[in-house]
Ligand binder design. Structure first.
Ligand SMILES: Cc1ncc(COP(=O)(O)O)c(C=O)c1O
Length: 421
């Protein structure tokens, strides 16, 4: 008789998982949104937006915050404020959401893909360093899901090559890192700028939205100008050719409500994340992202781990994910491809002449070489949404029990036709 739920057996978990966004936050947001609605000011750098920007920057231990319309526009504004010129090169990891790289294209620069580390699944500093040229201006490390880039190595490399560091912290609201001088800084507040997303699935959300944080006031003012149609923030300040990347007071009201709940949620997710690191790290062929001892608090967009098909006697990652889903675990295989393998990675040389290396029809076509990004994305990556970490340790234990069950019955799991990658 079949044991596995995928074949009709009893699932490990039938109870629902915590919902995201949480009903408690929504209740609290209602009051603040009502306040915004009756304030007579619905947008245009209003008091709630300013209050949120100040409080979020403080939360991440940065001096300044500028709200923008998304994580993508946060990256675009930060790159523009960094003075990127046409054809400049920006190093990004091969494995990230497409926006990290497409934002670089949007400012007419060239994303250069470095590989990710086998331990943290984040940008590998040595791989990045090997790609530095005289055109390189910026490096964008991404704090991926529930992992953290080795920021000391990235900052060291940036210093030696005179590069700016723009942290893509779209997944890292609340991550804290101990710097070499002993100071604890938030993700995004270590480099020159940090870009966050408040899109619906993020762990702090207003449906859509974003923020850039920075410690340098002049840099923050330039970001403000680029998001605010080029206007100067201060009397006598510089005008630029900018965009409308603004948010409304209604979004700021929702974010203020979310921020009040974030500390408690971070604590719960971090405790469950550490529990899973111990439990899953002890299972065969399961490799959670290494939690660096310099991480003081880990934020989670998802919980990520590597699944090693060889150890599982040929069960594929996609088959494993389907098996977990049947057991009631909301697993997924990440984005399923490195950036340059995503179906929307359509770079035409006519539109992006400096990035002709990514156009297959161009004589300059030169595909990126990121072997571990490829391997992780196509064969190993498994992600669990952050809402699954908002329950108790019994909930986290269900995840471990489901994986143990699949391991025990891996021969049965492997018998099914492999799902194409
Ligand atoms: C790593 C990363 N960077 C940037 C973004 C862009 O954020 P947004 O969707 O708010 O534009 C995302 C969104 O998922 C992301 O995952």
């Amino acid at each position: 008789m079949s044991q596995l739920a995928i074949n009709g057996g009893t699932p490990v978990r039938t109870a629902p998982w915590p919902q995201w966004p949480r009903a408690e936050t929504a209740e609290h947001a209602k009051e603040l949104v009502a306040e915004a609605l009756t304030s007579g000011k619905w947008g245009g750098d209003g008091p709630m937006e300013q209050e949120f920007a100040r409080r979020f920057a403080e939360f991440q231990r940065a001096k300044h915050g500028v709200c923008v319309s998304s994580g993508t526009t946060a990256l675009v504004a930060a790159l523009e404020a960094a003075g990127i010129e046409a054809g400049d090169e920006v190093i990004v990891p091969g494995l990230t959401w497409i926006a990290t790289a497409s934002a670089v294209l949007e400012v007419n620069a060239v994303p250069v893909f470095a590989d990710i580390s086998r331990d943290t699944f984040c940008l590998d500093a040595a791989s990045a360093e090997a790609l530095v040229t005289s055109r390189t201006k910026v490096i964008i490390p991404v704090h991926l899901s529930g992992a953290t880039t080795d920021m000391d190595a990235i900052m060291d490399l940036a210093r030696r090559h005179n590069l700016l560091v723009i942290e893509d912290a779209a997944h890292a609201h609340g991550t804290l890192w101990r710097c070499p001088d002993g100071e604890v800084r938030g993700a995004g507040a270590i480099g020159n700028a940090g870009c966050f997303s408040f899109q619906a699935s993020k762990s702090l959300t207003s449906g859509e939205g974003g923020i850039v944080i920075a410690n340098d006031e002049a840099f923050a003012d330039r970001i403000w100008a680029f998001k605010n149609v080029g206007r100067a923030r201060k009397e006598g300040g510089e005008y630029v050719l900018g965009h409308n990347f603004r948010i409304s007071e209604l979004q700021a009201a929702v974010l203020l409500a979310g921020l009040e709940c974030l500390d408690g949620e971070l604590e719960t997710r971090d405790a469950n994340g550490m529990y899973l690191n111990d439990r899953l790290g002890a299972l065969p062929g399961i490799r959670p992202a290494r939690r660096d001892p310099r991480v003081v608090r880990q934020a989670y967009y998802g919980y990520i781990f590597a699944f090693e098909p060889e150890v599982w006697d040929g069960v594929t990652r996609n088959r494993f994910v389907k098996g977990l889903q049947a057991e009631g675990i909301r697993a997924a295989g990440g984005w399923g491809a490195p950036v340059y393998g995503m179906p929307y990675w359509k770079v035409r040389k006519e539109r992006y002449p400096f990035a002709a290396r990514y156009d297959k029809t161009s004589p300059d076509f030169n595909p990126p070489n990121c072997p571990y990004s490829d391997r992780f994305a196509y064969e190993e990556e498994v992600t669990l949404p952050h809402a699954m970490l908002l329950g108790s340790s019994d909930d986290a234990e269900d995840i471990a029990r489901a994986i143990e069950k699949l391991w025990q019955h891996r021969a049965e799991l492997a018998q099914q036709p492999a799902v194409s990658a």
